[in-house]
Write a protein that binds this ligand. Sequence first.
Ligand code: IPM
Ligand code: MG
Length: 367
Amino acid sequence: MATYKLFLAPGDGIGPEVMAEAEKVIAHFNAEGGARFETERGLVGGCAYDAHGASISEADMGRAKAADAVLFGAVGGPKWAGVPYEVRPEAGLLRLRKDLALYANLRPAVCYPALASASSLKAEVIEGLDIVIVRELTGGVYFGEPKEIIDLGNGQKRGIDTQVYDTFEIERIGRVAFDLARKRGNKVTSSEKHNVMKSGVLWKEVMTALHKREFPDVTLEHQLADALGMQLVRWPKQFDVIVTDNLFGDMLSDVAAMLTGSLGMLPSASLGDVDAKTGQRKALYEPVHGSAPDIAGTGAANPIAMIGSLAMCLRYSFGLGEQADRLEAAIASVLAQGLRTRDIAAAGEATISTSAMGNAIVGALKG
Ligand code: IPM
Ligand code: MG
């Protein structure tokens, strides 16, 4: 039987609480016997800073690299507001993304029928919604140099971030989006700001050429990022796959998450290239929601985005599509039964705790 090595980085805030629920699901699959998962835990984020003075230790970085996949919770919180920029909690996550070369971030926004009324939008706008945002994750303004604050010497300072994209970075994220679209609705919407940004001009040029050369059978459209934000809340069902840069992808995926009823619902996969020798690709799976320090420790967190991220891991890293389908069906079934954590409950509706939600999903898996 195949054995898969998972590196678990629960992180800060509600991270450990939602990770504990994903671990129940892992234990269930181990007991079932269709595949064997070995887990190792490490520290990333503020918890790593408290332990080692760095947002991830070299030892944990090594463990993450050696694993078949990384499962990540969330990082950050007010406790670390004053720590130096280089070792802030988020730096640990950014280093994992960069050093593992996880350039393709897939963020599906799927509206579960039972939650159509939990969205802030009208039910008919989001019922049946099934879109994926493909966000470039290792380039753009997140990593571009120079990135600094300089003293101008006249009582003024200047903050600088650099938005930069090379042809190959746009092509490889474009390929991920077009390949994915072929397995879905066969449509890609590419988004940038070519009306004000040179990197946007190049982005549009490269996507257009790539489409013509390698993917003429897929429908390609372009939308400016601001207009796309508007269209996402006006009529999101017009989209299938959206491909965009690191910063626009960060913003637009938060918007897309809220369409589905709660940020607590959205999983994500961050993927690198397939290694020609091993046939494996480096990968990290994480919920899109953050560490939510305001509710940490109260049992109010929604573990569905974390458990959904595990489902993506089964599908994309291990080819366990059957298990992934069953896990996603288990999530849909507990929602259909009316079980709700606080974030997805309508006013006056009864709510259950993080761990009760995890137990219910494992219960549904057992059938
Ligand atoms: C995300 C988060 C991160 C990002 C933070 C925690 C660095 O917002 O994954 O969307 O900005 O990429
Ligand atoms: Mg974000």
